[in-house]
Design a protein around this ligand. Sequence first.
Ligand code: UDP
Length: 410
Amino acid sequence: SEKRKKKVLILMSDTGGGHRASAQALEAAFNELFPNQVECTTVDIWTDFAPWPYNRFVPAYQFMAKNPLYWKAFWEYGKFPPSKWGTEELSNLACHHRFKDCIEDQDPDLIISVHPLCQDVPLRVLNTLGRGKRQIPFVTVVTDLGGAHPTWFHKEVDLCFVPSDPVRKIALAMGLKHDQIRQHGLPIRPGFWKAGKDKGQLRRELGLATGVRTALVVGGGDGIGNLLEITESLASALAAGGSGGKKSQVVVVCGKNEEMRRNLERRTWPPSVNVVVKGFVNNMDAWMGASDCIVTKAGPGTIAEASTRGLPVMLFNYLPGQEEGNVPFVVENGFGDYKKDPKAIGEVVSGWLMSEEVREKMSKKALEASRPSSTTNIAKEIGDLLFGNWQLPLRKDTEDKFNILLKKLM
Ligand code: UDP
C-alpha cells in the first residue's frame, strides 16, 4: 500500500531574503534525507492570510530596514513586555481565524516556523485544534545568528533550533528548557553544503573575467545599504593600485532593489576594474564561489553562506538589534571586519585582495566558523519527530483565550 507523504508546513514572512532561503534549505534537506516521503509547503502567512495592516509586514520591513531609527523603535517596542503582550493579543484577535483556516486547509503533520513573528498566533491556533490529541509538532528554526528577538522563543514549542551560543543564551533567558533547544548552525541551501567548483570554472560559467581578483558586494535579499558609494570607493581604490596594478573585478548583487541596480548600471567605471551588476540571483553559491571576498550588510544568512565558501567578510551595516551580534561573530572568529565608511571599506578590501597571505588566513578562519552540515542535522531531528521515532510528551488541551472571550461575548 502506498504510504501517504508526511506534510510539513513552513511558516514565514518574506521580510528580507533569509527566511525564504532557510525554508528552501530545509525543504532540500528533507528531500535528500527522506526522498518522496515529505511534502513541504512554505507560506508567507502574514502577507497571504492576515488582514490589513498585518499583511503589510514585507513593505514595512523594507521601509524600516532603510530607516534604522524606525527599525530600532519597532524592535524595542516588540521587546518591551507590555507592548509585546498588547501586540500579541491584538494580532491574535485580528488573525486567529484566518491562520486557523490556513492551518486546517494545509492539514500538516508538523509545522516549522522560520520567522520571529510566526510563533505566538500559530501556537494558539494549534491549541484550539486540540493539539494534545492531534499531536501536530511545532518547531522553530531561528534564522538569526549573533542575537535574536524575544518573539522567536515560545515556551510551547516542541523544539527550538538555535545556530550559536549567544542565541542559545537568549532562548534560555526567555524560559525555554535545555531539552527543547538544539544547536547545529543556520540552515543554508544545498549549494553551500559541499565544497564547490573551482573559482576559474565558476567565473567562466558566470561570464566573469578569469584570473583577476574579485570582490562581491551584497545587501541581503532587499539590496540594503549604500551599495553605489561602496562600489565606487572600492573600484577607485582598486584602480589606484590597490590591486597591485593588476586588473580586478567587482560583482554587485542588488537583490530585489531594482532602483539600485539601475543606478549602478548607469555608471561608468575605471577601465582596469570590471564591474558586473546583477539583480536578484538564484545561484548565490556560484557567485560567492567565484569571488575572493565579500562586502555585505550583516545578514545572518549571507554570513553563514560566505563562511562555507571561505570568504573574508567586510560588513558595512547592520540592522540595530537583530544583526548587531553578527558583527562580533565575524570579527571575533577572525574572518572579517566591520567598517561604516565607504572609503575605509575600499581601502581595507583592496588590501585583502592584494595580499594572498591575509586572504588565506582569513579564509581558513571562515571555514572553521562554517557549519556546512547544519541543515542536514536539523532536518534529521525534525524527521525523528515527523516519523514518530521520538514521541512528544502529551500536552493538555488548553483552551485559547480568544475562544474563551468569544464564548463570553456570545
Ligand atoms: N540572496 C539571494 N539572491 C540575491 C540576494 C540575496 O539568494 O540576489 C539570499 C542570500 O544568499 C541569503 C539571503 O538572501 O541567503 C539574505 O539573507 P540574510 O539573512 O543575509 O539577510 P536578509 O535579506 O534576510 O536581511
